[in-house]
Design a protein around this ligand. Structure first.
Ligand code: TYD
Ligand code: MG
Length: 454
């Protein structure tokens, strides 16, 4: 009998588009030399069960009014930060993808959650041995009888174990190490990732078991593998932070069951990740003496107010071209604010080096931080320290106007709670708070700020 022809196809390794033959440039993402041949071999039907499994449910069209909306109870992970980012817990049958740079703590986070979960958990690792995981678990929390560790990379074997163990939740570290018998190409290739994810999704949806996947990210910060992976799953979480700092931030990039504005904050310790429930108190360094160049911003991350310290250093440029550098803040936005200060407030910053740093290794994209950035720059430029019980919450516009920000009341209350004496906000913000102990200083243009602080 003649040997069956090996079926191959071509995939763009960047975006996952499939082609019948090789070509130099991908039509979809326009990248060059990203199309590679992968061996496909699909006997019958790929399924997470054996082919003799009972017939699947057939979906029928329903009128909107007949659709059952009673929400299925979410599983509580007993980790406040994780629950919050997911929108209130793990939805049964959902597929969650957790991405992040190597060494940031993805495996630690999920192992820690598995050890805490009050449900039967299967932690599948294709990266570490059972001994390695045990060593890590001992550092975190040795007492748990609900968590099972499996070191396996073949999906068919994983499903076999799942069938005997019947776990309530499955965690896979990582999707790039899995491989399925139905596809011949190597683990981590586009077709393998797609196939393994499809099998896991099918399993999750049919048994209502949530599956959490760890995904590697490429050097440009995207989850390795096709963008398609992010479309396939229900929730994409990103674990980020500066490896030199202890803080780690968990964000949702996509969430079919909740908002993507929520943020979880952890601190990396010798015994795993600690949930930080009151981040403001840690992010502000307590200094006795007042130093120039420091200002505190009242920002909001998701629903949570967060007080963040901004530090600026303005000094005369030694070389011809002044340097501008920002850590944790958009460099283009810094240049814009400097131009506004130059044009609207008459500060000669064109020949100065400006360095800006958001402390704690956190990246902030709330525009309300603008006013604190400007205040820190002014303070450093004039070498006058701001009172350390001042804080700021407003956006700065191109004409030097101080613009209102959303949910200013919440920011004011947080500043008051932390003992600040004065908060600077835009005159155009509608403030309904009465009798606050904190002084609310309303300003409308950048010159007002200059008059008040320098
Ligand atoms: P890891 O979870 O292996 O990262 P990832 O899976 O994202 O690649 O964790 C990495 C780092 O965390 C590692 O460099 C050591 C550190 N760590 C601690 O500081 N404390 C701990 O209790 C643990 C388990 C790890
Ligand atoms: Mg890992």
């Amino acid at each position: 009998m003649a040997k069956a022809k090996v079926k191959t196809t071509f995939f763009c390794q960047n975006c996952g588009t499939q082609y019948g033959k090789w070509q130099g440039q991908c039509n979809a993402c326009k990248e060059w030399n990203t199309i590679a041949e992968e061996v496909l071999q699909k006997p019958e039907k790929s399924d997470w069960k054996t082919p003799t499994s009972p017939t699947k449910r057939v979906s029928k069209p329903l009128q909107i009014k007949d659709i059952d909306v009673s929400e299925e109870a979410r599983l509580n992970s007993l980790d406040e930060e994780f629950n919050r980012v997911l929108g209130g817990g793990i939805v049964p049958g959902s597929l969650i993808l957790l991405g992040g740079e190597p060494g940031i703590g993805k495996s630690t986070l999920l192992l820690q959650i598995s050890l805490k979960l009050p449900y039967k958990t299967l932690y599948v690792s294709g990266e570490e041995s059972q001994k390695q995981i045990k060593m890590r678990a001992v550092r975190i929390n040795p007492e748990n009888n609900n968590c099972y560790i499996l070191t396996e990379t073949k999906t068919q074997n994983i499903f076999k174990q799942i069938a005997t163990l019947q776990p309530d939740i499955v965690i896979v570290d990582s999707i790039q190490t899995l491989h399925s018998d139905y596809i011949e190409s190597s683990s981590g290739s586009i077709s393998q990732i797609k196939e393994c994810t499809t099998e896991l999704i099918k399993f999750a949806k049919e048994t209502a078991t949530p599956v959490i996947l760890i995904g590697h990210i490429t050097k440009d910060g995207n989850i390795a593998g096709p963008k398609i992976l992010e479309h396939m799953v229900d929730t994409v979480l990103q674990f980020e932070g500066d490896r030199n700092h202890v803080f780690r931030i968990l964000r949702a990039h996509k969430n079919r069951f909740g908002s993507t504005h929520e943020l979880g904050i952890y601190e990396m310790q010798g015994s795993g990740l600690r949930e930080v429930s009151n981040p403001s108190e840690i992010l502000i360094s307590k200094k006795d003496e007042e130093l120039s160049g420091n200002a505190i911003a009242a920002t909001l991350e998701g629903m949570r107010p967060l007080m963040i310290e901004v530090q600026a250093l303005v000094s005369t440029a030694v070389y011809g071209t002044p340097q501008r550098s920002a850590t944790g803040f958009n460099a283009k936005r810094l240049n814009m604010l400097l131009a506004v200060l130059e044009k609207r407030a008459g500060f000669r910053l064109g020949a100065k080096d400006v360095f800006l740093n958001i402390t704690g290794g956190i990246t902030v994209d709330d525009p309300a931080i603008d006013l604190a950035v400007v205040a820190a720059i002014l303070s450093s430029n004039e070498d006058v320290a701001l009172q350390n019980d001042f804080c700021f919450a407003a956006e700065v516009g191109l004409s030097g106007e101080i613009r209102p920000v959303q949910r200013v009341g919440q920011r004011i209350l947080e500043a008051e709670k932390l003992g600040f004496s004065t908060i600077f906000v835009s005159k155009y913000n509608k403030i309904s708070l009465k009798n606050t102990a904190i002084k609310i200083q309303l300003i409308s243009k950048i010159e007002d700020l200059v008059d008040l602080i320098v």
